[in-house]
Write a protein that binds this ligand. Sequence first.
Ligand SMILES: *Cc1c(COP(=O)(O)O)cnc(C)c1O
Length: 465
Amino acid sequence: MSRRTAEPYKIKSVEPIRMTTRAERERAIAEAGYNTFLLKSEDVYIDLLTDSGTSAMSDAQWAAMMRGDEAYAGARSFYRFEQAVREIYGFQWMVPTHQGRGAEHLISRILIRPGHVIPGNMYFTTTRVHQELQGGTFVDVIIDEAHDSLSDHPFKGNVDLVKLQSVIDRHGAENIPYVNVAVTVNLAGGQPVSMQNLRETRSLLQHHGIRMWCDATRAVENAFFIKERESGYAGKPVRAILKEMMSYFDGCTMSAKKDCLVNIGGFLAGNDDAILQAAREQVVIFEGMPTYGGLSGRDMEAVAQGIYEMVDDDYIAHRINQVRYLGRQLVDFGVPIVLPIGGHAVFLDARQFLPHLDQDEYPAQALAAALYVDSGVRAMERGNVSSGRDQATGKNRRPKLELVRLTIPRRVYTDRHMDVVADSVRHLYEHREEIPGLEMVYEPPTLRFFTARFAPVKTACQVRT
Ligand SMILES: *Cc1c(COP(=O)(O)O)cnc(C)c1O
């Protein structure tokens, strides 16, 4: 018999949550225009909207906040933050930013010029916007398996070296300021990159004299997958694997709101002194002094402490296994999800779940709304609504992946909460043909998924009665 394990922490402080009635939830989702982004947090029972800035801090992080040095310049808290980045990531310098996109803004301004091309392993929303704002163009060089919800490739986040070489041949190394490699790949479903792929990508880029930059947002989760799946790493601590991963990069952008177990924060880190100099010049314009970059002293203390806690092997094993614990229950119930189960979320395949709906009836949006009504669980649509309209035709993009993301915050919920989520999804799956599609009744001009409003489509039989 395999023995069960439990959360590697005990609970010292609690935040009550309230199960509402079905009638209350029906009213709340109608008022929110069937968009889970527009629900009030107090009407949500289990909040799986995102893992960004929603982690629970430890007693040691709260204690560290009390020693926050709020000096305008040269705060002790900055030096502790810098030391943590040096020790755990291995980069020589670090400039704080208010969150990940602040760091993306800085590196894009420093390195990208109009006409530049920035290859990456699948786009990320804020990353691509900052590249485009500087006149650059993102080019996707992820392996094909990443776009296939049924492929069980162990490292679906890998860079396709043939695609990368052909981008270099086509545009010339001089027009590629850096290649941006994300570990793990958020939009592919939290899928990891292998160490071998990092090594090979590094060697190809070194040959052409191109920098390799990391989106390190969920690098610790990636390190755990390497430990589990790649030969030669089984016995190594996650801390050592992370350090080796980072050794292949010139630097990184970081959203501390993910791996680093804090509610706000980010940084730009690296080894190149010329880039550091430019980052210090830019950060004072957009974020703040180079020793606080938009963060208070106490925020920097919390990130520094979080950086040491995130590489604890028991913590990260539990983190990934809790995501999988939810995913495996759904697989056992026959519910269609994206495989392999990723590092931060379980993705329901809404096309297969609701085959009676056309994609323009927004199956993922409809499923997220139905999940909320069934159990007060809040998820996020990642499909036809999030993709927006094609610029040329004005039509919905109808992407291949039509998904509902159940994102697990770190250290916040117990496995029992996961059981409640699994039971609710199972119930919906057993009654899936009763879930109606949606029509969009308000559409904002950009990033419509945040604020669009919907109404249920009347089925043929409802129309007749
Ligand atoms: C969240 C995220 C970012 C942006 O970070 P913010 O802290 O939200 O600004 C960048 N890249 C990836 C992969 C992310 O998940």
